[in-house]
Design a protein around this ligand. Structure first.
Ligand SMILES: [Zn+2]
Length: 635
């Protein structure tokens, strides 16, 4: 697969993927294809066949929780029942919402609504405490907004206006199925947009969220309660926890919480109520009749540019495998992931960590004391490879009745999951928990547990294969492994110590020097033109640092190999990033994703390394050249 009309020295991505790009077709039900997406499609195909066989009783598994996944799968496929019931499964909740007359009324049912995952004027959750990662804390933030980012609400943002119009039109069409009068339907939609606009003025932007270490703002319950009044957060906590309610809350979005009374108060309670009604109904459409389901996804389709929704059988698999992600992931891993591959990749991770340590020792901008701490952090990274050994207890509790509607089943599952998560508050953090299931094509670093996860599904071509050369594997999964490890030392991860605690372990001078380097990285990417838009250097800096670190460490390993083929390394690096996407989706990612566009990831990273210039004889006459003094290598 290569395009001979484009010189690799000018455009590595195009030269490697050009032929593929000419003919690749994005499936109607997906926003992208290529690389990660193609692998995900392949995994899905295999798993869909298995689900079909399970449902037909032609296949069995010894993982007991899989039976619930299959039962849900069948429920989703029950087209006749879904169409017959129409909107009715969600009506009791909508009636309850519509009966609210005041904030006082809401306070009475807030705990119940919270457990049912209905949107309250603030979002709350229980998660690992950043300062002491062995325990949990209760977090609070503003509600989510309709558009992908606060920047879309700017007066001159035409795209934002168009998207809101699509949303409003969709809401109006869905509300026609409700018992509301025509006049009320109109008011509810208008009020939903009005409430959303108020919220959007206060909540964090994607750029602000991207610096996640800044989420840790502890405040006493009394302090928070005074800020969010008349919403009674103390009553809600008491209703959930009794006398074990938390005394300190972690405010993830201080502005939204401090200024909550600008969007939620007694006078504009109706705006909130109508927003709650519309949001609840729109979320529910996924589980209602097929007509409502299709209508309710209009906005999503517009936002991502997908032509159509997945066929019902695919949707049933997607929902069931995400609701029961751990058992499904364990099934996938046990069935399709070989021990030989597992051992091989674990060895590769260990080698990359050891090499990272060597590079840290040779580092020229850190003092010895800081280097030692960094090396300690590397030495304690926990590797989660493939899939977990066992399915945790919670998954056997996600049960529902055989004759429940799809909507009712999802409500029950959601409620047990939320209750389980809330109950974690007074328990220690379980560090053996996996944050990604085995059937997911992805990988991640968790700064709060200092561990890396590589689900079984990503350990395949083009990322990894026992039949690929070592250089190809290093340019594929190797660079991904190095990328994840580098997140321990990106602009966020650097603030956490080897135990996952938010704690400064740097000498002041060293951190300053590191900050300077992150600024260079912001500059390198900021403003790069892409599809009529521009890359946001600040939004993407953590991922760009990670790509840079991943390439640096794997190239170092290449030098230790007798028959290292650097050309194949860079070509496979470009291959894993090949991606064709809908224009709408490209714009969405550009505005909200912390990753740079795949093409830019493929083509920017190599330029920072001498090996790229040597491998293909790249000179200042070529497009993929940057002067040596401009090249950045942080780790
Ligand atoms: Zn990353």
């Amino acid at each position: 697969m290569s395009d001979t009309t484009v010189r690799i020295q000018d455009d590595l991505y195009e030269a490697v993927n050009g032929e593929w790009l000419k003919t690749a077709v994005i499936p109607d039900d997906r926003p992208t294809t290529g690389g990660f997406a193609t692998l995900a499609q392949d995994v899905e195909k295999v798993m869909m066949a298995d689900f079909k066989a399970f449902a037909a009783g032609e296949k069995t598994t010894d993982i007991p929780e899989m039976r619930y996944a299959i039962s849900l799968y069948k429920k989703i496929l029950d087209e006749e029942r879904r169409n017959r019931e129409g909107i009715s499964p969600v009506l009791p909740i909508l009636e309850k919402i519509n009966a609210l007359e005041s904030v006082e009324d809401l306070n009475k049912v807030a705990a119940e609504f919270f457990l049912k995952e209905l949107p309250l004027p603030v979002e709350m959750d229980v998660t690992t405490d950043m300062e002491d990662a062995t325990k949990h804390s209760f977090i609070i933030l503003g509600p989510s907004i309709i558009l992908p980012d606060t920047t879309y609400y700017a007066e001159d943002n035409e795209q934002g206006k168009q998207l809101l119009a699509v949303y409003a039109d969709m809401a109006a069409k869905v509300l026609k199925f409700s018992p509301l009068s025509e006049a009320d339907q109109k008011t509810f939609v208008e009020d939903t947009l009005a409430f959303d606009a108020l919220v959007a003025k206060k909540v964090k932007s994607q750029v602000e969220w991207s610096e996640y270490f800044k989420n840790h703002n502890p405040m006493s319950v009394d302090e928070v309660a005074a800020l969010v009044a008349p919403f009674d957060v103390k009553k809600l906590l008491k209703d959930i926890y009794g006398d074990k309610a938390p005394q300190v809350l972690i405010v993830y979005d201080p502005k939204a919480v401090k200024e909550m009374n600008t969007y939620f108060n007694e006078e504009n309670f109706k705006l909130y109520k109508h927003w709650l009604y519309v949001k609840t109904l729109l979320t529910a459409t996924t589980c209602l009749s097929l007509e409502l389901k299709t209508l309710g996804r209009t906005y999503r389709r517009t936002l991502t540019g997908v032509v159509s929704d997945p066929v019902l059988e695919k949707e049933a698999y997607q929902v069931a495998s995400s609701m029961y992600s751990e058992p499904v992931g364990v099934y996938y891993g046990r069935t399709y992931f070989g021990e030989e591959a597992k051992k091989d990749v674990v060895d590769m991770v260990k080698k990359i960590i050891e090499t990272y340590k060597l590079r840290m020792k040779k580092n020229t901008f850190l003092a010895e004391a800081t280097k030692e701490k960094a090396i300690k952090k590397l030495s304690t990274i926990v590797i989660k490879m493939g899939y977990p050994d066992a399915v945790r207890d919670i998954w056997s509790k996600l049960v529902f009745e055989e004759d429940d509607s799809y909507f009712a089943a999802m409500q029950k599952i959601g409620e047990v999951m939320r209750r389980d998560n809330l109950d974690k508050l007074n328990k220690p953090v379980d560090r053996t928990e996996w944050v990604m299931p085995g059937h997911m094509v992805n990988a991640c670093y968790n700064p709060l547990s200092n561990d890396i996860t590589f689900p079984a599904a990503i350990l395949q071509k083009p990322f990894y294969s026992l039949s690929q050369t070592a250089g190809e594997n290093l340019g594929g999964i190797g660079a991904v492994i190095g990328h994840e490890i580098s997140h321990a030392f990106d602009n966020n991860g650097a603030n956490f110590d080897e135990n996952g605690n938010l704690k400064n372990w740097w000498l002041e001078e060293d951190f300053k020097a590191f900050k300077e380097k992150t600024k260079d990285m912001i500059e390198e990417f900021d403003g790069l033109e892409f599809h009529g838009g521009k890359v946001n250097g600040e939004l993407t800096v953590s991922e760009n640092i990670a790509d840079n670190g991943g390439m640096g460490v794997t190239l170092e390993i290449m030098h230790t190999m007798a028959d290292a083929d650097f050309q194949k390394y860079f070509m496979n690096w470009a291959r894993v990033w090949c991606m064709k996407a809908k224009e709408e989706y490209i714009q969405l990612l550009l505005a909200s994703d912390v990753h740079s566009p795949a093409v830019i990831r493929a083509n920017m990273s190599p330029r920072n390394f001498g090996e790229w210039y040597e491998a293909f004889g790249v000179t200042d006459k070529d497009k993929m050249y940057i002067a040596p003094e401009k090249r950045i290598s942080i780790w």
